[in-house]
Write a protein that binds this ligand. Structure first.
Ligand SMILES: [Fe+2]
Length: 341
């Protein structure tokens, strides 16, 4: 054996040793679960050789777990819905900056957290659903979230409780645009217009309109597609066919947009974590995500599922930065409580 061969052998051994001392994996804590997620992560593993270890649970509980684990937390990534939740995790100091040219080119700035510590993976709109037999075209013309406080909607509106993050983010966006006082006046009038005391989830609001309990509901966009798909049963499917989705504020700021997103934690596999974020923004993954969640894609050129795309995808979207939903969340929560929402 000559010297060169010997040197090569030794350096190969060193290389193999150092590679094996770092596991080729990434640890993802996910508050968003779809049965199809496993398939998506398998594709990533097949393409990169990086194993994805998923810890799933409720967003709030996972965030608490990451805080409790502290510096020894193995968590590399946190996936959750609603910018308000991502903001909270950032405020706890759990995230670090994501350095990725994919993020910079694919995700619009208003759909990222401060310092690029978290980014959107998909979009959802908080829209309205009306009963076409009781709501007139004139009433819908130019209708905004603000208008739901007007006397013509008295006793006709349903929306879920103020403890729900989707509502908190919607109200925070109004605070960002109008300030606390004007938003509080609006909230008081909206509560007075409600057809019933807030109860149930977003789909329950759509059901209330279908049942004639109310004329108009506020709920997220993907729920109509989920109900129409039949995955929630025939009763909800039939109800979904009785209501019409409406995209508010088209003559003004645009329809309220929120996100599902991912934040980069401080776990041991930062490099692999950024690779997974890049993968989740790829055309392949974006297609997979929106086909299963009925959300809107972040990447241009990817189409939403036909069950949601049929209602139009080129509606005007509010450009208020989603990070402001976290910033104004405390104001929103307090004013909604005062309004008895
Ligand atoms: Fe939801």
């Amino acid at each position: 054996m000559n010297l060169i061969t010997r040197i090569l052998q030794v350096s190969m051994a060193v290389l193999i040793f150092s590679a094996s001392s770092f596991a080729n994996e990434v640890n993802l804590y996910s508050g968003r679960h779809y049965d199809s997620d496993e398939k998506l992560y398998s594709k990533f593993t097949a393409e990169t050789g990086i194993k994805v270890n998923v810890v799933s649970g409720k967003g709030k509980a996972l965030m608490q777990q990451i805080i409790t684990e502290g510096n020894s937390s193995p968590a590399d990534l946190f996936v959750t819905v609603d910018a308000g939740n991502l903001w909270k995790a950032q405020k706890e100091g759990l995230f670090q900056k994501i350095t990725s040219s994919t993020v910079d080119s694919v995700v619009p700035k208003n759909l990222r957290g401060p310092n690029n510590e978290w980014v959107a993976l998909a979009k959802r709109a908080r829209i309205m659903y009306y009963n076409p037999r009781t709501v007139t075209e004139a009433e819908l013309d130019g209708l905004t979230y603000e208008d739901l406080a007007n006397p013509e909607w008295n006793g006709r509106v349903v929306i879920r409780k103020s403890s729900n993050m989707y509502n908190q983010s919607l109200v925070a966006s109004l605070v960002a645009n109008h300030g606390v006082d004007a938003t509080e006046t609006w909230a008081n009038e909206l509560v007075a217009n409600m057809a019933r005391k807030p109860e149930g989830n977003d789909r329950a609001q759509i059901m209330a309109v279908a049942n004639g309990e109310a004329d108009i509901a506020v709920a997220n966009s993907y729920y109509i597609a989920l109900m129409l798909s039949g995955k929630k049963g025939t009763e909800q499917q039939a109800a979904a066919n009785k209501v019409v989705p409406f995209f508010p504020s088209q003559n003004g700021r645009g329809t309220h947009i929120n996100v599902s997103g991912i934040g980069l934690l401080k776990g041991p596999n930062t490099h692999n974590a950024v690779k997974l974020i890049d993968f989740l923004l790829s055309e392949e993954a974006q297609n997979h995500i929106v086909k299963n969640s009925f959300e809107y894609p972040i990447r241009d050129g990817v189409n939403a599922h036909p069950l949601i795309a049929q209602f139009g995808t080129d509606f005007k979207q509010d450009q208020t930065p989603v990070s402001s939903y976290g910033e104004f969340n405390p104001d929103a929560v307090k004013l909604m409580e005062r309004a008895g929402w």
